[in-house]
Ligand binder design. Sequence first.
Ligand code: ACO
Ligand code: ZN
Length: 162
Amino acid sequence: MTTEEKSSYIIREARLEDLDQVIAINMEALPEHYPRVFWEEHVKRWNKAFLVAEVNGLIVGYIMCRVEWGWGFTKNKLLRKGHVISIAVRKEFRRKGIGKALMEKAMKALKEEYGAEEVYLEVRVSNKPAINLYEKLGFKIVKRVVAYYLDGEDAYIMAKLL
Ligand code: ACO
Ligand code: ZN
């Protein structure tokens, strides 16, 4: 694949048949994994906010979200919030705007399709690339959760009003 081909991607809703590739990307990119039924449930229930990036038929990235009801991080009231559970892009396809495009399209769907008023996520405090991406999109750190991850690392909760 040439450099030019690598940069021409499309973003679309995920299908169950994509999950082998999506799970493979997750296994390679992140220490947080989930049982297959969890992925399937999210494809079925929140399909408009479970997106994949595709280059020449190859899945190169994904974003999986869900919609929850709870106390806001950005507004002091009960509200519907979008929760970005997991996002990753294959190594060779990073730094081309794919992660940003996945986030933007998912946030639009969370707001317009599911009526979410805010979006939030957890991220390792050491994960500079991801934190930079979220800050670029207007997310703010709203909380630090001590030893959130299995290996003991802290998480930032980052949130943004939609
Ligand atoms: N170093 C510093 N800043 C970065 C980096 C980096 N390595 N990567 C992205 N950014 C920031 C930059 O501001 C970048 O803009 P620029 O390229 O114009 O400088 C901006 O984010 C947008 O970058 P994209 O190209 O859109 O991001 P990419 O497609 O590379 O995907 C991602 C970013 C998803 C974080 C990718 O690095 C990845 O898959 N990492 C491993 C998995 C991971 O950490 N996922 C997030 C976990 S938290 C969660 O899932 C809720
Ligand atoms: Zn989460």
